[in-house]
Design a protein around this ligand. Structure first.
Ligand code: ZN
Length: 232
């Protein structure tokens, strides 16, 4: 195993009400002081946000009736995961990421068993965070590509965009339904994947994305971070 770095790279967007991208109709993010050190001798804030605010995980119950909820997702599925990050920064907004054109050759070139790995789709879209471009048009994953990934045992997909599905696209929530329907996880609105990929076309990395334990909830904001370690 080649150890290149164990420095943690933060893959999380700062939750800042003045610089945020939200899915249409999702609730606003608020972090308001209700006590301050100067007035009360201690500081406390109230938080108001949605279960899919900022960098977050979708649990299967987000789309699947009877699917497991975020508090039921085992820690093993969200921490210390081996991952493959694929550079897709050549894709444009509204363009489809397909199995044949964008993933098959790159994953085959690694010569690793894909079973149980996390796939990270690095589109570079995080640079548009907080702007209309982020929510209006971004590269999205073809449902058939998601099915190819599932067939090879990849059930967790992370991306630096709002959604793996095209917003208001003709295929609806096809990727959400495929991945979450298979008991997998989606991690959305990742940040800073460039620091993890470091100019490689395909990078073998480690990731954790740690949700809150929210009873019965369909997702949770996470602190996501990655590091470089594994090469079998
Ligand atoms: Zn979500």
């Amino acid at each position: 195993m080649a150890l290149t770095s164990t420095n943690k790279i933060d893959l999380t967007h700062l939750l800042d009400p003045d610089n945020i991208s939200l899915y249409p109709d999702d609730p606003a993010f608020k972090c308001c002081p209700i006590a301050t050190v100067s007035n009360d001798s201690y500081s406390v804030h109230s938080l108001s946000l949605g279960s899919h605010t900022g960098t977050h995980i979708d649990a299967p119950s987000h789309f699947i009736e009877g699917g497991i909820t975020i508090d039921e997702v085992p820690l093993e599925q969200t921490t210390d995961r081996k991952a493959i990050a694929v550079d897709l920064t050549y894709k444009k907004g509204g363009e489809k990421i397909t199995w044949e054109e964008d993933l098959a050759d790159k994953l085959a070139a690694l010569s690793v068993n894909l079973e149980g790995l996390v796939l990270l789709l690095y589109t570079g879209w995080s640079k548009y965070w907080g702007t209309p471009t982020y929510t209006e048009s971004y590269p999205f994953l073809d449902r058939r590509a998601a099915e190819q990934l599932l067939f090879r045992g990849i059930k967790t997909i992370g991306m630096d965009t709002l959604s793996p599905d095209q917003i208001d696209g003709p295929e609806g929530y096809g990727v959400h339904n495929s991945i979450l329907g298979a008991g997998g996880l989606l991690v959305e609105n990742l940040n800073n994947l460039s620091a993890l990929v470091e100019g490689e076309t395909v990078a073998e990395v480690m990731v954790s994305f740690v949700p809150l334990s929210l009873k019965g909830c369909d997702g949770s904001p996470v602190r996501a971070f990655g590091w470089k370690v594994w090469k079998d």
